[in-house]
Design a protein around this ligand. Structure first.
Ligand code: KMH
Ligand code: ZN
Length: 273
């Protein structure tokens, strides 16, 4: 099995400071959280930008500031979101791609998202994929529903994605695919041979699905975007704490932890540094 890539999803667009007082909001806080997550074993940081009052923003300027501070704080791969918050416009969501990050997310379909709708019409997917292709940005294909794999394969056939594909199965969002082992196994079975994949179990599904993914040879995402608790009724103290738990379990399972350089190799990313 390959070494384990751990992604830390540091902030997200939905969690608030009221829910999780240790949520990193400012660029400085996000960079510090990135460093803690890297030191704990993360090789990728998935980032959503916020304004000072906590409002999610897709501002190129704010992402640029975070990108610079994260690069100064640690060598983790910087992966901004093109998902943003459900109410961001398509053009807002595409802004972080102007920074030429090594990776970025690409959601390949529309789904319910709690009481909202996370809209990813064909036109948006194609535009996002085209920009990433032109700029040499490795897409992480975010899959909330099974049909999103079929949409990604359609983009591949159109020449807008290149193999090997890399998927993140986000399981347990209310309104989308549930966080079950059966769903994970089905999704893993549905992607092209040679693809890489990671899992983001939402809420209490985070650790069980991570363990299953590690045993299956997949990769793992944890962090406050997906889960704010360390265990039932106990808030996590940091993103790094959630990463550290995965590292301990991985050691017991015999999965070595990938460095950012090793993660680039596994994912087929040519280093931009
Ligand atoms: N905040 C969600 C609506 C991504 O980062 O690309 C979308 C999301 C996916 O978080
Ligand atoms: Zn995200």
């Amino acid at each position: 099995m390959s070494k384990l890539i751990i992604t830390a999803a540091l902030t997200g667009a939905e969690v608030t400071k009221e829910q999780q007082p240790n949520l990193p909001i400012t660029p400085e806080e996000i960079a510090l959280a990135a460093r803690e997550a890297y030191e704990a074993g993360a090789s990728i940081v998935h980032v959503h930008a916020r304004l000072a009052d906590g409002t999610p923003t897709q501002s190129k300027e704010v992402y640029g500031q975070i990108q610079r501070l994260v690069a100064a704080a640690c060598p983790a791969i910087f992966q901004p979101s093109t998902g943003g918050a459900v109410w961001h416009t398509a053009q807002e969501r595409l802004q972080p791609l102007e920074l030429n990050p090594e990776m970025a997310t690409l959601s390949t379909g529309t789904c319910n998202f709690g009481t909202d709708i996370f809209a990813n019409p064909q036109e948006f997917m194609e535009e996002a994929a085209r920009i990433m292709l032109e700029r040499g940005i490795k897409p992480e294909i975010e899959v909330f529903e099974a049909g999103m794999i079929d949409n990604a394969l359609r983009l591949l056939r159109k020449g807008l994605l290149q193999e090997p594909l890399h998927f993140n199965f986000v399981l347990g969002v209310p309104g989308a695919m549930a966080g079950t082992v059966r769903n994970l196994a089905f999704l893993v079975d549905s992607i092209p041979p040679g693809s890489t994949w990671t899992v983001s179990g939402i809420g209490r599904q985070e650790t069980p699905l991570a363990v299953v993914a590690m045993a299956m040879g997949g990769h793992v995402r944890v962090g406050f975007e997906d889960n704010i608790y360390y265990r039932r009724g106990e808030l996590a103290t940091s993103n790094g704490q959630l990463v550290a738990r995965i590292v301990r379990i991985a050691q017991e399972l015999g999965r070595e932890i990938a460095t950012p350089a090793e993660a680039r190799e596994i994912l087929g990313i040519a280093s931009k540094t």
